[in-house]
Ligand binder design. Structure first.
Ligand code: NAD
Ligand code: UD1
Length: 343
């Protein structure tokens, strides 16, 4: 297939582009590099020995997007492009709604014009809000609790309506749990700008000596060790889920939603211990207060993805930490050490 990947220079996008190329697909990436570095795609080319057509285009530029589709001959689109920092979405809601929701509207309108009606969208378990009715199934009511999460919920609604209005559309809404890890080569990985919001990148930066210690956000949750439990999933397993969704959509129309998680929860303390073992050094930590908005426990029921797509996550927490460490230790300052030195 010829696949257009929006946000393909980013963390999950770059790993998915690599897997698409390895599977023999042709890939074109559009990304405005708002939260990424084109070096990721250069390294994907180096790893696969294949070329990636990269276009630095903002989804908010509808005309430029139409030009991408004109003569593009795409069979499908995988749509990763979006802003994803929960805290920032609370202080800058309009830029999140504009970027994520308007960006998606522009994309779908360009797809309509070009008659490309096969789309895989990056949704998130964040659409379930603070629900602790675990395991979370695709039928769990949606209740996003912040502007970022609400952009995902709104985009899911918009895409469902598009699929409902025109039966020629094939749409997959993939609800990711907590993506972590990196390609086993250590050449590509997550490169957050500024102070990481998420646990694994923070732990990795402590392990590599870039930060002093991890603060555990609460140790009084009703969990086995009192710390929060999440469903961490290796980014390569997650990338594989997109290939499975593409295969599924190749001969089906309609709108489909799947949880992509492992179905297993790990606590913050378990993650810190697993990472320490993978890195061969102790990761210092302290206990702090709970982070507002956090739930105690979140993990997926991934059985629908297994039944429909034949997909399930294969890699365990030890392998997630080993690969995350492989990337972090080989690239302590990320893709562009100089640019990041100032955080
Ligand atoms: P990322 O920030 O690394 O990648 C997103 C990419 O989109 C970046 O390269 C960014 O430059 C690009 N982008 C943003 N706005 C754009 C625009 N208007 N036009 C063109 N490009 C634009 O994030 P990621 O972790 O790879 O996440 C990919 C997708 O998955 C996002 O939609 C995110 O919300 C979703 N998601 C991520 C997680 C996670 O924990 N990483 C969890 C659930 C869902
Ligand atoms: C967060 C977002 C969610 C988003 C997801 C993946 C919030 C409230 N939720 O979820 O919308 O979809 O990331 O991008 O921000 N933790 C620490 N110390 C840290 C960092 C995290 O103890 O420095 C704990 C958290 O309390 C949580 C676990 O580690 O129990 C995982 O945190 P994180 O990686 O931020 O993911 P989520 O909380 O699942």
């Amino acid at each position: 297939m010829k696949v257009l990947v929006t946000g393909g220079a980013g963390y999950i996008g770059s790993h998915t582009v690599l897997c698409l190329l390895e599977a023999g697909h042709e890939v074109v990436v559009v990304d405005n590099l708002a939260n990424s570095d084109a070096e990721s795609l250069r390294r994907v080319e180096e790893l696969t020995g294949r070329s990636v057509d990269f276009l630095q285009v903002d989804l908010l530029d509808a005309r430029a997007l139409d030009d991408v589709f004109a003569g593009g001959g795409f069979d499908a689109v995988i749509h990763f492009a979006g802003l994803k920092a929960v805290g920032e979405s609370v202080t800058k809601p309009l830029s999140y709604y504009r970027n994520n929701v308007v960006g998606t509207l522009n994309l779908v309108e360009s797809m309509e014009k070009a008659e490309v009606r096969r789309l895989v969208f990056s949704s998130s378990a964040t659409v379930y809000g603070a629900s602790e009715n675990v395991p979370l199934t695709e039928e769990t009511p949606l209740d996003a609790t912040n502007p970022y999460g609400r952009t995902k919920e709104q985009i899911e609604d918009i895409l469902s309506d598009v699929g409902h209005a025109d039966a020629r559309w094939s749409i997959a809404l993939l609800r990711y749990f907590n993506p972590v890890g990196a390609h086993e080569s250590g050449r590509i990985g997550e490169d957050p700008q500024g102070v990481p919001n998420n646990l694994l990148p923070f732990v990795a930066q402590v392990a590599v000596g870039r930060r002093e210690k991890v603060t555990i956000f609460g140790s009084d949750y009703p969990t086995a060790d009192g710390t929060g439990v999440r469903d961490y999933i290796h980014v390569i397993d997650l990338a594989g889920g997109h290939l499975s969704a593409l295969r599924f959509l190749a001969n089906k129309t309609g709108t489909f939603r799947w949880n992509l998680g492992t179905g297993r929860g790990s606590s913050v303390l378990e993650v810190i211990h697993a990472f320490s073992a993978a890195a061969g050094r102790l990761v210092p930590f302290e206990i702090g207060p709970r982070r507002p908005g956090d739930s105690a426990v979140s993990y997926a029921d991934p059985s629908a993805a297994l039944a429909d797509l034949g997909w399930s996550a294969q890699r365990d927490l030890a392998s997630m930490c080993a690969d995350h460490w492989g990337w972090q230790s080989a690239n302590p300052g990320g893709y562009s050490a100089d640019a990041r030195a100032k955080d």
